[in-house]
Ligand binder design. Structure first.
Ligand SMILES: NC(=O)c1ccc[n+]([C@@H]2O[C@H](COP(=O)([O-])OP(=O)(O)OC[C@H]3O[C@@H](n4cnc5c(N)ncnc54)[C@H](OP(=O)(O)O)[C@@H]3O)[C@@H](O)[C@H]2O)c1
Length: 260
């Protein structure tokens, strides 16, 4: 299937690791030029070299999305170099383990930082990039939420932030002045994804039997997802073929979520 992505310009926020890097890599394999942003220069450098080997242009920006000025500099840097952007993947996020089990003991700062890192950043990138997409009458905005945005499994501040991402995409998707300019707004809700180098390997080695039992109990497929499995869905939603997918939240969770 020709996804029609050759030569498109894409930004994947938090694209230097995990799900974001897999999305950047899959879009590059379809011929997209890629911009990524994240905090660690070293990780960015590694990711940039990895992506360049796919034969596309790669831009990288050191940015902390908790700083509005870093978001502004990233978008203006892209527009200065490329003049436009076709695809925005709002991937940066997390904070699901911030705070502690007690709502009373968890500070307002945790609530606001988790919100800003997820939905707040998605909103700011989206707002800054929309004028360029409207001018060219084509755009794809995809936000990486979570099944925690669809059901109350997780710490409340993370559930609130992830469900806000879904409602942000949906509420933009019903604005006819935006979608009639050829822009679609969707979210992807991953289930638990095994990200290399985030501690899972050690857990498996420490207690292989316990880990196996947990996987069997918690996940219908007996395993977590891979970043590439999330990326496959994102790439399709970004493609020309997905022109009638707008305002959707697509769960990519191997059946982990219990709700309908
Ligand atoms: N993994 C899962 O099981 C899972 C499940 C459902 C949804 N999700 C969602 O998927 C998205 C990606 O998660 P992941 O598990 O792939 O995370 P990850 O492996 O920790 O990667 C996060 C990426 O974002 C960057 N980043 C983190 N904080 C940042 C900040 N303040 N400013 C700029 N960049 C920042 C990181 O680089 P630096 O650290 O160098 O900044 C890295 O490139 C998140 O929105 C998450 O909520 C993940």
């Amino acid at each position: 299937m020709d996804l029609g992505l050759q030569g498109k310009y894409a930004l994947v926020t938090g694209g230097s690791h995990g799900i974001g890097l897999a999305i950047a890599s899959s879009l590059a394999e379809e011929g997209c030029h890629i911009a990524i942003c994240s905090r660690s220069r070293e990780r960015l450098f590694k990711a940039e070299n990895f992506l360049k080997r796919k034969g596309v242009e790669v831009l990288s920006f050191v940015a902390d999305v908790l700083n509005t000025s870093d978001i502004e500099k990233t978008v203006s840097g892209i527009l200065k170099k490329w003049g436009t952007l076709h695809i925005l993947v709002n991937n940066v996020g997390g904070g699901g383990r911030w705070g502690n089990e007690s709502v009373e003991e968890t500070s307002d700062k945790v609530w606001s930082d988790v919100y800003n890192k997820n939905a707040g950043a998605a909103l700011q990138f989206t707002r800054l990039i929309l004028p360029a997409m409207r001018r060219q009458k084509w755009g794809r905005i995809v936000t990486i939420s979570s099944i925690c945005g669809l059901e109350a499994t997780g710490r409340p501040w993370y559930v609130v932030a992830k469900s806000a991402e879904i409602s942000l995409m949906k509420s933009l998707a019903v604005r006819s002045e935006l979608v009639r300019d050829g822009i679609t707004f969707n979210s992807i809700a991953p289930g638990t994804v095994m990200i290399p180098n985030t501690g899972w390997e050690e857990k498996m080695e420490e207690d292989p039997k316990g880990h196996r039992a947990m996987l069997d109990k918690q996940f219908p497929l007996g395993r977590m997802g891979t970043p590439e499995e999330i990326a496959n869905a994102v790439v399709f939603v970004c493609s020309q073929k997905a022109s009638f997918i707008n305002g959707s939240c697509i769960a990519v969770d191997g059946g982990e979520r219990k709700g309908f």
